[in-house]
Design a protein. Structure first.
Length: 390
């Protein structure tokens, strides 16, 4: 049975780039946008055109550059924003306007000093106006994670009637539990008249470390777009990480959903974005962290050397990492030492390995990690010790 495709909406250049310290210049944005297209994402959110002349120019330049991927610009539910976004997107081969407003009780009361009916009216007006410029209009219900489902269904129904093609259900504050978020999507699938005319989209933040789980729960319950960023960069604790959702779907065929992303470009893209944004990827980050395929404990190393799959659920080559690495530390065993020693040119017999291993442990206790260059020194010291005893 062929799998359903979940569209990947990348917002590295919008939700990601708005993080303090992650600002990119135009050249950097263009290089990243080109890479995102090569990676196989379906939508690139290129910026928030009204927010600054720089953002307007980025959306405009990315629109001119990108060949087949949809290019999207964010707006508030404000006419001026929408008009400016339409202008910035005018050269895009596939333009999308992403407009919306807060729908939770606290947003309606404190941000807008308004009421539910007036919010629906404003949403419909914004979508209809956006629709006068482009065919593809995505509506976002900010703080949908804390919006009651009945109201969310009402506003979704109204904006579909006004022509919305995509309904973004953001867990803006990263508050939802996976089951709760999944049920919200299911509720909308089952209770919104006309839902078949629009795609439901997950946009999850990672405040409780649940963004990936929530997005997958949404897709399992019928959402067919996930909004995410490279390295999970984004407001506060970040957005859903693109590499994580892509690999969850790839590694779990029984979910019956997949993406069009070329996973072999994931590692390189992660490094490229990290370097351009000046934000280091945490070493233990799933899929793309420096330690994601590194094994340091003796038991694990022995298992991986015998058969990679004992401790690895992903073939590193599938995400563009050359090989699993066996990192030598004081916790490493003889199998790991023999393995790395062979790589640097020493084929050790069992007796030689026993001798070198004693020397290795003494050395490893003084270091966080034993490097290939250290192995030479350890082997040579061990040989010299043996000769002096002999
Ligand atoms: O997190 C959020 O709610 C957003 C919207 C603007 C889509 O980023
Ligand atoms: Zn967001």
């Amino acid at each position: 049975m062929s799998k359903d495709i979940v569209q990947i909406f990348d917002t590295t250049l919008r939700d990601g780039e708005q993080v303090p310290g992650c600002k990119l210049d135009m050249e950097q944005k263009l290089v990243i946008a080109e890479r995102l297209e090569e990676l196989g994402v379906n939508i690139i959110e290129a910026g928030f055109p009204i927010s600054s002349p720089g953002d307007f120019k980025s959306v405009d330049s990315i629109s001119k550059l990108i060949k087949k991927t949809t290019v999207c610009g964010l707006t508030r539910a404000v006419e001026k924003d929408i008009k400016v976004a339409a202008e910035a997107l005018q050269h895009a081969k596939r333009p999308r306007i992403h407009t919306g407003l807060g729908t939770s009780e606290s947003h309606i009361k404190f941000k807008f000093n308004s009421n539910q009916d007036a919010i629906i009216e404003r949403a419909v007006k914004a979508v209809s106006y956006a629709k006068s410029f482009v065919e593809d209009v995505e509506f976002f219900a900010e703080d949908a994670g804390r919006t009651e489902n009945e109201f969310l269904a009402r506003i979704c129904e109204a904006v579909i009637k006004a022509g919305a093609t995509v309904l973004n259900i953001p867990d803006t504050t990263g508050y939802c539990l996976p089951e709760e978020y999944g049920s919200k999507i299911k509720y909308l699938k089952e209770n919104v008249t006309g839902i078949d005319k629009a795609v439901l989209s997950c946009h999850c933040h990672n405040d409780l470390g649940l963004a990936t789980a929530n997005s997958i729960a949404g897709a399992v319950n019928g959402a067919r777009q996930i909004e995410c960023t490279i390295n999970g960069i984004g407001e506060r604790a970040g957005n859903t990480s693109l590499e994580e959702v892509v690999m969850v779907m790839r590694q779990h065929p029984t979910l019956n959903i997949d993406t069009t992303v070329n996973s072999r470009l994931l590692f390189d893209t992660s490094r490229m974005v990290s370097q351009k944004m000046g934000v280091v990827v945490q070493p233990n980050k799933a899929i793309v962290g420096a330690n994601a395929f590194a094994h340091s404990s003796g038991i694990h190393q022995d298992g991986v050397i015998k058969n990679r799959e004992t401790y690895e659920i992903i073939d590193p080559a599938d995400v563009g990492v050359n090989e699993s690495s066996i990192v030598l530390t004081a916790r490493s065993g003889r199998a790991a030492l023999a393995y790395r020693a062979k790589i640097v040119g020493y084929e050790l017999t069992k007796t030689q390995l026993d001798d070198v291993y004693d020397e290795f442990l003494k050395f490893a206790d003084t270091r966080k990690e034993v490097l290939d260059a250290d192995i030479h020194q350890i082997v040579e010291t061990s040989k010299a010790d043996l000769q002096s005893v002999g």
